[in-house]
Design a protein around this ligand. Structure first.
Ligand code: TYD
Ligand code: MG
Length: 477
């Protein structure tokens, strides 16, 4: 057996160095190198371990793409928001990482999911907590009203003990295993502390291997570091089949479950939940929730008809433009990309002659949603212009469209879906890009919506600064 030796592992990117340094040469992070003893024991995390060649290998036989594979049923929880995000249910033998800030509700979500999965399938699910004692988890289960579900509960941190308990013949063990959290697990062949890269990697590897062998679904909770990365580190995201992030703003009661990777389904799906004193409730109509606190016709607000995955979501975008006392005016953004805001401001200045110099600009996506779609450009511009000229965007209007650097407004995908959702929620007008090739054709989905095509940002500025909110706005073609 090789002698254990020290090596220095970057806790941010996982690179290994023979010597300590203040800065990781691979990723440039400071103070992230931590001494770890390489196992030399052949454990998966034993970084220095090199497997000995054991004679000739077995020949691998290749097969065609088409073939008779048993299609296995997915594990469906019956919580629609959760099932959608997992791509229609969890695939047996897969590993799913659920990341999120501390206190956001990961343990709550997974306990509810485990209970639902167990009740729905009749097969027990296991919930292993490395952070809380049995009594604490029971207390929570009571609060959530799931005590009757066939969930096997354990409080453990040793992967070896866990593997021992979970390695049961097919069909006898639990169908879904929740590990809360992977940062608390450790394998005893490694010297380093739980939570270090080597431990997280080794623990995950052992658990994933057993999940594949026994066909259970492994749900791993992963903590998120200050920088917003799942701690310990990218390698973990590569090892699992799906990565879900659970996010939300503290102080807001709703939470969003988002897919960032899924080998068995689409990414970019979201599930919306509301945190209540009795746990997480599904929100079937997020648009209504995000718009609930809207205050009618005020300047500096517009409603963006967005799309999250396959689902249209309406959300209010708020802007505030105020004289600045600073040499360099402030540009603050919550819920959107600040680079994108800078671009929209630059286009408004250069192409429409508006001035934001000497003004602080604040932009907020109401309700704590994070938007990444370029289609929000036009809604942001509408909120900004409305704030600057102090005239409200008509309250019955939704806005969407991508803005180009010349000030042109570009078409975005799934316009019909956006319009349909807007009509469903009682909106009457839509500011949107010109529809290519649709002239004359009746679009089936737009329903009663009055469409106002905005070809250039200048059109938007003119419309907002001249038209009174109640006047009919249909322009003659
Ligand atoms: P928790 O699931 O412990 O978060 P995490 O595992 O991500 O750290 O949830 C923590 C918060 O959720 C806590 O501040 C209390 C709140 N909460 C409720 O509001 N209602 C509930 O029914 C439960 C169980 C928790
Ligand atoms: Mg927790």
């Amino acid at each position: 057996m090789a002698k254990p030796r020290s090596e220095y592992v970057c806790q941010s990117c996982g690179s290994v160095f023979p010597k300590w340094a203040g800065r990781c040469e691979a990723c440039g992070a400071w103070n992230t190198l931590v001494e770890e003893l390489s196992g030399g024991t052949g454990t998966p995390g034993g970084l220095g371990a090199r497997p000995k060649a054991r004679g000739k290998g077995r020949r691998v036989s290749f097969v065609g793409l088409k073939g008779e594979g048993a299609t296995v049923a997915r594990w469906v929880s019956g919580i629609a928001e959760f099932d959608r995000v997992t791509g229609g249910g969890l695939v047996p033998g897969s590993a799913v990482l659920v990341g999120g800030d501390p206190g956001i509700g990961k343990s709550t979500l997974l306990l509810q999911a485990a209970a639902a999965l167990a009740s729905n399938s009749g097969r027990p699910c296991a919930y292993v907590s490395g952070e809380e004692a049995i009594d604490q988890v029971r207390l929570r289960a009571e609060r959530l009203g799931v005590t009757d579900a066939p969930v096997e509960l354990a409080s453990a941190t040793s992967v070896r003990d866990l593997l021992d308990a979970l390695d049961r013949p097919d069909g006898e063990g639990p169908g879904v295993v929740v590990i809360d959290s992977i940062q608390t697990m450790f394998v005893d062949t490694l010297e380093s502390a739980p939570g270090t890269v080597a431990q997280v990697r080794a623990s995950a590897q052992e658990l994933i291997r057993l999940a594949k062998a026994r066909g259970f679904v492994l749900l791993l909770v992963g903590h998120v570091t200050k920088e917003g990365m799942i701690a310990g580190p990218k390698v973990l995201e590569h090892m699992v089949d799906a990565v879900l992030t659970f996010e939300g703003e503290r102080g807001h009661q709703f939470r969003i479950l988002r897919t960032t990777k899924n080998r068995f389904g689409p990414t970019d799906e979201i599930g919306v939940f509301e945190m209540t004193e009795r746990g997480l409730l599904e929100v079937a109509n997020p648009s209504a929730l995000f718009l609930a606190e809207r205050r009618g016709e005020v300047s500096g607000a517009s409603v963006f008809a967005g799309l999250e995955g396959t689902r249209p979501v309406l959300v209010e975008i708020q802007a505030l433009v105020a004289p600045s006392s600073l040499g360099t005016p402030r540009r603050a953004v919550v819920g959107w990309d600040s680079g994108r805001l800078a671009m929209v401001l630059a286009v408004l200045e250069a192409r429409c002659g508006l001035t934001f110099a000497g003004q602080d600009v604040y932009l907020n996506v109401a309700g704590g949603l994070r938007i990444s779609e370029p289609a929000a450009d036009l809604a942001v511009a509408a909120a900004l212009v409305s704030a600057l000229v102090d005239r409200p965007v008509p309250a019955e209007a939704v806005v969407f469209g991508e803005i180009g650097l010349a000030g042109e407004v570009r078409a975005v995908s799934q316009a019909d879906q956006r319009l349909k959702e807007a009509a469903k929620l009682g909106f009457e007008r839509a500011f949107m890009p010109p529809r290519r090739g649709k002239a004359g054709k009746a679009a089936p989905a737009e329903g009663a919506l009055e469409i106002l095509e905005i070809g250039h940002l200048q059109d938007l500025v003119e419309t907002l600064s001249t038209v009174s909110p109640d006047a009919p706005m249909r322009r003659q073609a």
